[in-house]
Every structure is written in structure tokens, then in C-alpha cells.
Design a protein around this ligand. Structure first.
Ligand code: ADP
Ligand code: ZN
Length: 731
């Protein structure tokens, strides 16, 4: 450590806190001094808050009023790379450093004293008397080498009562000790052999291993169809990273995927890694945070916010399904975890692996520009072949009203049911029906707080607003004309398709996979396991089925409405449809039986549908890139979305108008302002929303211009301004 990185007692230091202030605060270093990066507790008004020592204090005022740091917390200091990353990420996303620090300290009880608990391990002596129960306890302890267990863990694993363990403690055969509650994670062993890789897997793995051994920053797109072994390949990269003594982070887009993945890590490295996502208990979160900071968690598997964990020496970040839109955090600090992963890696000399069967256009463009490396896995592992894909032209199909499964699709499902194989029917729409209309007056039931129609959820027997989550019972009478018994559902959601499937196939076992139908991630996971084990003949699912689950007996995928994503003005509509359809189709034929994917469409000639069917993804990307280049939009131009919102529409429009007129700071860097216009969803939770769109050439540093521009107008109290750099969605 440099001398200037340590502050002696009484020295003036700047402490960055998580409080919403626009700067660090000055304090005096505590007794014993403190290092830059140390986590500290400081007095702020009547409270004590957590902060990080950021550097020397500013001074320049009445120094007698500067208060002292209360204490230095017993956690590893924040590294310089992490501080630099937080500052840069905050600058880039226009997020205050205090909010960035909050992301980086989202573990409860960091300030608390180290709490202890009793743990049990093998003692030095043999028990005086051996029983079956005692033998089982000792076997567990021997099997796990030097590991220690809590009383309940040990007795459960041995299948004995706790008194058996206590009895062994008395004899000295088991020792009882106090240990900190936050225990290190079991060591993963990178030297264990992985699967025998195929030639192209082995070549990709070797390239990644070499890149990681070089211990330098870089990013690699790992592209391969679902089932080609991308996971096997990047586990080799994880192994190399562990062998280098560095930490690895694997980001997954969906909590439901983590369990399957943890099991795979355990099989490969002999122990389970740390987990970080919203389904993890508070105690586990704190343990994970602390152990990551001490280097005592070698691998973390987690959601996007795991990027902000205090890794000591991060050597690899894998972003699995990197194209997934859930990597974009859509409230609070707006960031794209894929981009932040690259940024973070650049500060700590780590390699980033962006894995996907259908990479984002952003990543593809970075490869084309020579910024990222590229590795391809071209075939599926083993005998599995890619599914055959074709369109069902809905203009030629005879369908009664309020029916969506074409006779052609029905025929194919019938064959699968007869053969004992599984079919997946895909529709990316939760609920029973997207619209409820009154047949007497034409009124459509909307949300009281949002400019959105309410979606009927028949399992819950309620109408739900997908914007704000508001629910209400399905009324008897039309809220507009009061006529009773005339409300009717229009259009399909997965629940309605399930009803149709049950009518068409009364003897088949039907399962619906939709995120809202399961109370917990665990319940959803259990359902997925049941299905994978053959517990359903026909699966009806929303986009959660598109994400990586393995259903070996699935041989048919039917897409109810392949045109769904093509409507709408979103600049990524085509890309999203392409990715989603390819991912869903990839669910079929993952084992030895060949798969078939059928897309119901009214526009089989649409270029996107044709690209999906032909499997020519390079062609699709090239065409899509040309269009975006011509329009000057991402990834070939820059966008920032600005949303103003408030309870009073005229006020919000007024502020937006002022901002649009005072575009000098933006024009100075060559950026243009479009709008104001009502946002596509013009009201959410009772707040009116007005949008401006800022467009600039690639490489223009728009952040500073945006900051100056927004600062010109003082916002009324109840008006909120939100700037989204590189927006993913445009609602
Ligand atoms: P992806 O991540 O590309 O979807 P996976 O790595 O999950 O592919 O591989 C798909 C399936 O094939 C998994 O069950 C995996 O264990 C298996 N697999 C892939 N490569 C191999 C290999 N070389 N040896 C044995 N099994 C493999
Ligand atoms: Zn609503």
C-alpha cells in the first residue's frame, strides 16, 4: 500500500456514503487510522451511516466542526478497481455515486458485529462405544474432510437426532467450536476432470483458457446453438480462472435457471458455489458479500446485481444468454449488466464471455468492429440435431373464432402425444385474455392508474394491470354502461390456450409455465423438473420456457403467434422476435429424437420470419445492421430516453417543452432532441408520462451535455426526470 493510501488518526478524509448527497463528506480518520477504500461507519446528523473512505478530505472551511469516523467495519476494504468502476459506471449511466455505492453494499448487517454460532467437526478421539447412528455421523464428517457443520446440518445429513451428535461431543469424537456465522464457501477444485469435449468445444475451451491465463482484459462472444455445449466450454474457462487463483462470476438471466446450474458446477468442481439473487435469504446474502470480499467465495452465480459484489480478484465474468433483455435494470439505477460487465472487467484485467445462441446486435457489431473476439460452436452435442423449422400460413387454416391452434399444429401435437413425446405450445402472453370488452357498449376495461388495458387472469379470477400490478375482481356489469353479462374476453393468453388444449386433447397431461402462476421460484423450479422428468405431455408456456431449460423428450414446438413481436415501433422488435423464436425453437430435439418447430404466422413472407426459418442468422444480422446504420440508431448511433412524469399532465408537458426548447447544450455536441410526446404508455400508477428522445452519433460523449441540459430547468416538486442511456424499451 502506498503511503498516501493510508490516513493516520485525525487526518482529514473524504467519505462517500450511500445517502443521497451529491458529494463525499469530510471526516477525521479514527484511532488506528484507516486505509483508502475502508468501509466505515460515520455520524451524519443524528444517525450513523455506512460509507467508504474515498480519499483525502477537501478542507477549506471551519475544520473544528469536522466529526470523526465512528469505526472501521470488519470487512475487506473496497479495491481501487471497484471504486474506479463505480465512478465510471455512475458517470456513464448518470447515476449519482451514492446510488452506485448503494448497489455495492446491498447486504444486510454489514455494519453489525461478527456473530458467532456453534459448529461441529471431527474430534481427535474415537468414541468409547460405537452405534449405527454414531457411525453415520462420523462418516459424514470423514466424507467431507475438514469441513464443519451446524448441529442441524450434521444431524440431517447423518439422519440422526441432534442428541446423537451431542453425545459424540461428550466423548470427544466430535468437537464443538464457536465460529463466525458467515462461513467460507467450500473450495472448488479446478483440477477435477470435465467432460470429454468434442473437437470444436475443445478448441474454443483452449482459446478461452489461454485468454484467461494471460490475465488481461478482453471480451469474447461465444456463439452456439442451444445444446452445443457453450456451458461446458465456459466451465473450462471457470476452471482456468480458479487455477489462476482468481474469482469468477457467472451471470444468468433467470433465477429459475440457477438451481440446475449450481448442480452442474457441483458436478464439475466438487462443491457448490455462492449464489446471489433475489431468492437468496438475507443471511446468505451477507455471507456471500463478505466472503466474496475476502476471496473466500471462488465462484458466484447470480443475477445482474452480482456485478457490484466486492470481488478481490475477479478474473472472469460470464454473461450467459447475453442477449436477454432482463439484463437491463429498468428502475432505480438504469444499467445494462452486459455492458457493465465489460466495464467492470476492464478495471480488473478480467475476461468477459458473452454466451448466446442468438447474440445481441450490439455484441455482434462489437465483434465486427474488432473489439470483441468470437468463438463459434457449430453443432449440437451428440446426436441431437437442430429442429426443422417451418411456417404455418394462418391464411390457409380453417379456425373457428376464439380458437388459436391451427388444424395443422393440432395434427402434429396429436402425433407426439401418441408417440409419448412432449410438445410445447408457446405464446408470449401471460393471463387468460389481454382485453376484456363489453359487447353492449364496446368499453374495454382499463387500469384506473395506468393507460393500459387490464388482463384477465382466470386462475386468479382477477383482472391484472401488467404495468403497475393493480388487480380487481372481474365485474358482473360493464363499468361504463352498467349492462350485466356482456363482458367478454378478447384474444388469447397462455391460460386460454391451456383451455383450448384441454378441449382438443382431453386425455393429455397439460402443464402451464408462466411466471405468475407460481408463488415462488422454488415452485416454478419444481414444475420445470417435473416436466423435464416427463410429467407432462403438452406444455404451454410464455417466454420463461425459452430460457435454457432442458426438456429431453420435447420434440415439437408450436408458436401460436410468431407475428406478435413484429408489431410496435420498438427499434429492437425484429431482433427480439428473431431471438425469441430461435430460442423457443431450440427447445425441441435437444436429445436424440429430431425436433420440429412450427411458427403460426399471417406474414410468412416477412423478412424476419424468413430469416428465422432459413436459419441464416449472419444474413439477418447484416440486414438488421444495415437498417440501423442507415437510421443512425444503436449500436451505430446513440440514444438516450428521457421520461418526465408527474400527477398533473399540463405541468409535465410544460417542463418537457422547456427542456426541448433549451437544447443548446445538446446541439453543441451535435445531439438532437425529439419530442416531447406522450409516452407509449402515457400514464403509469397515476403519473402522466412524457418522453423526449435524444439522438447522437456514436462516440459523442452525451452524458455531460445531458447533465448541463437537464440542469437548466428546475423541476417542480412532484415532477420526476429520468434519463435512460442506451434505452432497451420504449414504453
Ligand atoms: P448450451 O449451453 O450451448 O445450451 P450445454 O453446455 O448446456 O449447451 O450442453 C447441452 C447438453 O449437452 C448438456 O446436458 C451437456 O451436459 C451436454 N454436453 C455438451 N457437451 C458435452 C460433452 N462434450 N460431453 C458430454 N456431454 C456434453
Ligand atoms: Zn395499472
Amino acid at each position: 500500500m502506498n503511503a498516501q493510501d493510508f490516513f493516520e488518526e485525525g487526518a482529514l478524509i473524504a467519505v462517500q456514503t450511500t445517502q443521497p448527497l451529491d458529494r463525499a463528506l469530510d471526516y477525521r480518520a479514527p484511532e488506528g487510522g484507516c486505509a483508502v477504500g475502508a468501509f466505515v461507519e460515520v455520524p451524519l446528523g443524528p444517525r450513523k451511516v455506512i460509507g467508504v473512505v474515498w480519499g483525502p478530505g477537501e478542507g477549506g472551511y471551519d475544520l473544528s466542526r469536522v466529526r470523526g469516523v465512528s469505526r472501521v467495519l470488519d470487512v475487506a476494504p473496497m479495491g481501487e478497481d471497484m471504486r474506479a468502476f463505480l465512478m465510471r459506471a455512475g458517470d456513464y449511466t448518470l447515476t449519482p455515486l451514492s446510488s452506485m455505492l448503494r448497489l455495492a453494499t446491498r447486504a444486510p448487517g454489514l455494519g453489525g458485529a461478527v456473530s458467532m454460532r456453534k459448529v461441529y467437526r471431527r474430534g481427535d478421539v474415537e468414541p468409547d462405544r460405537m452405534t449405527d447412528a454414531r457411525r453415520r455421523v462420523l462418516e459424514v464428517l470423514n466424507d467431507y474432510g475438514g469441513l464443519s457443520f451446524t448441529l442441524s446440518e450434521l444431524s440431517e445429513m447423518a439422519g440422526v437426532t441432534t442428541s446423537v451428535v451431542k453425545g459424540l461431543v461428550k466423548t470427544g469424537a466430535v468437537s464443538e467450536e464457536d465460529a463466525p456465522r458467515d462461513m467460507p464457501y467450500p473450495r472448488l477444485d479446478p483440477m477435477r476432470a470435465g467432460k470429454d469435449l468434442t473437437d470444436d468445444q475443445a478448441a474454443a475451451a483452449k482459446t478461452l483458457r489461454d485468454a484467461i491465463a494471460a490475465r488481461a482484459f478482453g471480451a469474447t462472444m461465444l456463439k452456439g446453438v442451444t445444446g452445443s455445449g457453450k456451458t461446458e466450454v465456459y466451465l473450462e474457462a471457470v476452471a482456468e480462472c480458479l487455477a489462476q487463483g482468481r474469482q469468477a462470476l457467472v451471470l444468468l438471466p433467470e433465477i429459475a435457471l440457477t438451481t440446475e446450474f449450481l448442480t452442474r458446477i457441483e458436478a464439475r468442481f466438487g462443491a457448490r458455489p455462492a449464489e446471489w439473487h433475489s431468492g437468496v435469504t438475507m443471511t446468505e446474502r451477507r455471507r456471500c458479500w463478505k466472503m466474496v470480499g475476502q476471496g473466500a467465495a471462488q465462484v458466484v452465480v447470480g443475477a445482474r446485481s452480482a456485478l457490484y459484489l466486492p470481488f478481490q480478484d475477479l478474473g472472469l465474468i460470464v454473461v450467459d444468454e447475453e442477449h436477454d433483455s432482463s439484463y437491463k435494470q429498468e428502475d432505480g439505477a438504469l444499467y445494462n449488466a452486459r455492458d457493465m460487465a465489460v466495464l467492470r472487467a476492464s478495471y480488473c484485467g478480467a475476461r468477459v464471455v458473452l454466451a448466446s445462441a442468438t447474440p445481441s446486435l450490439e455484441t455482434w457489431a462489437n465483434v465486427e468492429a474488432g473489439k470483441y473476439d468470437r468463438l463459434d460452436l457449430t453443432s449440437r452435442f451428440g446426436d441431437a440435431v437442430l429442429p426443422e423449422m417451418s411456417a404455418i400460413d394462418m391464411r390457409d387454416e380453417e379456425l373457428p373464432s376464439s380458437r388459436w391452434i391451427s388444424p395443422t399444429l393440432q395434427g402434429e401435437v396429436t402425433k407426439r402425444v401418441a408417440a409419448g413425446e412432449q410438445s410445447l405450445i408457446f405464446l408470449n402472453r401471460r393471463g387468460y385474455a389481454p382485453v376484456t370488452i363489453c359487447r353492449a357498449c364496446g368499453h374495454q376495461i382499463g387500469c384506473d392508474h395506468c393507460d393500459a388495458r387490464m388482463v384477465e387472469h382466470r386462475f386468479q379470477k382477477r383482472l391484472v394491470c401488467h404495468q403497475c400490478g393493480e388487480t380487481k375482481p372481474i365485474p358482473e356489469a360493464c363499468p361504463s354502461c352498467q349492462v350485466e353479462g356482456k363482458l367478454a374476453p378478447v384474444g388469447p393468453g397462455v391460460e386460454r390456450i391451456a383451455e383450448e388444449v384441454s378441449d382438443l386433447f382431453p386425455d393429455a397431461r397439460v402443464a402451464v409455465l408462466s411466471s405468475d402462476l407460481y408463488g415462488s421460484a422454488r415452485a416454478l423450479k419444481e414444475m420445470i423438473e417435473t416436466i423435464a422428468a416427463g410429467g407432462a405431455d403438452i406444455i404451454i408456456g410464455t417466454q420463461i420456457v425459452a430460457k435454457g431449460h432442458n426438456f429431453p423428450n420435447l420434440t415439437l414446438v408450436g408458436v401460436i403467434d410468431a407475428d406478435l413481436g413484429l408489431q410496435g415501433s420498438d427499434l429492437r422488435a425484429a431482433e427480439r422476435t428473431f431471438q425469441l423464436m430461435r430460442q423457443v425453437a431450440g427447445r425441441a430435439g435437444r436429445s436424440v429424437k429430431p425436433g420440429l418447430a412450427l411458427l403460426q404466422t399471417f406474414q410468412p413472407e416477412h423478412p424476419v420470419i424468413r430469416a428465422i426459418l432459413s436459419g441464416d442468422d449472419e444474413g439477418f444480422w447484416r440486414a438488421e445492421a444495415e437498417q440501423r446504420k442507415a437510421a443512425g440508431v444503436p449500436p451505430f448511433g446513440r440514444l438516450a430516453g428521457v421520461v418526465l412524469s408527474g400527477p398533473d399532465a399540463p405541468t409535465v408537458f410544460d417542463v418537457a417543452g422547456q427542456l426541448a426548447r433549451r437544447d443548446g447544450p445538446l446541439r453543441a455536441v451535435g445531439a438532437q432532441v425529439f419530442g416531447p410526446a406522450p409516452a407509449p404508455i402515457a400514464r403509469v400508477r397515476g403519473r402522466h408520462r412524457v418522453r423526449l428522445l435524444i439522438k447522437a452519433a456514436k462516440g459523442v460523449p452525451i452524458q455531460n451535455a445531458l447533465r448541463d441540459w437537464a440542469a437548466q430547468v428546475k423541476l417542480p416538486n412532484n415532477v420526476r426526470l429520468q434519463i435512460d442511456i442506451d434505452p432497451q424499451s420504449f414504453y
